[in-house]
Design a protein around this ligand. Structure first.
Ligand SMILES: Cc1ncc(COP(=O)(O)O)c(C=O)c1O
Length: 413
């Protein structure tokens, strides 16, 4: 029996719901293995967005007429839907532009008030720049310092080194739920438990987790959890920050202006309650309905089933890629991985690998993946990355492996 035959989940039927995956370019089907960068959009999301733009558009929270009420209800309904999807509360579910903005919001509004000179912020070597640079800026502004948990060569965090850093009584621990390069599925519940015992606040960057894993934010108990809509099969321009109520209530707004105010006087203003205090200006209210439709669509597939399917695909990919001579695979074994595999082919630059695969419409990413410190830690300038989704089939993985054979032939390896 092939590895493909053991897969119950009908990924081909899922793929049929994505118009872009029905395209051919130069007579070839598209093998989309770059969902880690952005997910493609299923019909359900495109239809919801289309309806929002065609039928339900008026600015939210202000108008008294029916269209405006509809738009407001759809926006707030999407918030409730998304909060339910991640196991959080709607008042603590703040719409941002993306996860980068969500992390910046915390770094400015919580960080400037709670982190001071000589304080420690703990990060990991596998963070995306979005979860490094805002903390560097905060540390520079207030005179705090950054410390990094150590990591094994196969990309697993060393929790003993976390404990050693927690002994410094850091103010914050910021960690990716799933690494966007190594695929490492970090033990975030355990990290939250240990960090809280040491009195630290925890921010989890869930960008690479939310589309792939069942999530229960109430049980996870992280103080802040951010993710980005376009990786969850939703539109660009909308992300989410979920936060602990007491912390959010105590925080100053990040951006200020219209829609987030209670009263504005000539010299001072008051703010709305949560979540609107953090949503200045016109929100991406139509995009939010698209994200609401996306999580509803994912719920329809069932996150347990999606996760099991992607774990099977990742295992299959690791097995098949191991057959390619000269290929180094980065990251932990399948059991500790999300739906991401980064690799390098001996003697070929990762960009050349991606380019030759791209000629066959096999879409992978090459570069530092916005994780330059991690590249330094791994001692490589870049990697090539394949990332999987609910629509990925074993045939997609087979196409990648065949494409790598083409690369080896081109380079006469
Ligand atoms: C782990 C992780 N964090 C943060 C981001 C940033 O996402 P966005 O650019 O949508 O803010 C990404 C996107 O690649 C990511 O993979």
């Amino acid at each position: 029996m092939s590895a493909g035959a053991s897969i119950q989940f009908d990924a081909a039927a899922v793929a049929a719901q994505f118009p872009i995956l029905q395209r051919e370019i130069d007579g070839r089907r598209i093998v989309y293995l770059d969902s880690g960068a952005t997910a493609q959009k299923p019909d359900a999301v495109l239809e919801a967005l289309d309806a929002s733009y065609r039928l339900h558009n008026a600015n939210i929270h202000r108008g008294v007429y029916t269209l405006a009420q509809e738009a407001t209800e759809r926006f707030e309904g999407a918030r409730e839907r998304i909060a339910r999807f991640v196991g959080g509360g709607p008042a603590q579910t703040i719409f941002t532009k993306n996860v980068t903005e969500a992390i910046n919001l915390v770094a400015y509004s919580w960080g400037r008030a709670n982190v001071g000179a000589g304080d420690t912020i703990v990060l990991t070597p596998m963070e995306h720049h979005a979860n490094i640079v805002p903390w560097q800026q905060l540390a520079r502004a207030v005179g705090a310092r950054l410390e990094y948990v150590t990591m094994s060569d196969d990309g697993r965090l060393d929790l003993d080194s976390l404990d050693a850093l927690l002994a410094l009584e850091p103010k914050l621990v910021a960690v990716a739920h799933v690494s966007n390069v190594l695929g490492t599925l970090n033990p975030v519940a355990e990290i939250v438990r240990r960090a809280h015992a040491a009195g630290a606040v925890v921010l989890v960057d869930g960008a690479q987790a939310v589309p792939h894993l069942p999530l229960d934010l109430a049980a996870l108990d992280a103080d802040f959890y951010g993710f980005t809509g376009h990786k969850v099969y939703g539109p660009t321009g909308v992300g989410v920050l979920h936060g602990r109520r007491e912390l959010l209530e105590a925080m100053e707004p990040f951006l200020t202006g219209g829609d987030m105010i209670g009263q504005v006087d000539f010299h001072s203003s008051t703010w709305k309650e949560l979540p609107w205090k953090f949503e200045a200006g016109t929100s991406p209210y139509l995009e939010a309905t698209g994200l609401g439709a996306a999580v509803e669509w994912l719920d329809g597939l069932g996150l347990e089933a999606v996760h099991a399917h992607e774990a099977e695909i990742t295992r299959y990919a690791l097995e098949r890629l191991a057959e390619v001579p000269g290929l180094t695979i980065y990251g932990p074994p399948a059991e500790e991985r999300g739906a991401i595999v980064s690799f390098a082919l001996d003697g070929v630059h990762p960009h050349d690998v991606a380019e030759i695969l791209g000629r066959e419409q096999i879409c992978v990413r090459a570069g530092h993946h916005c994780a330059q410190p991690l590249m330094r830690r791994l001692g490589v300038p870049a990697t090539t990355r394949a990332s999987f989704a609910a629509h990925t089939t074993t045939a997609d993985v087979d196409a990648l492996v065949a494409g790598l054979e083409t690369v080896r032939r081109v380079f006469q390896l």
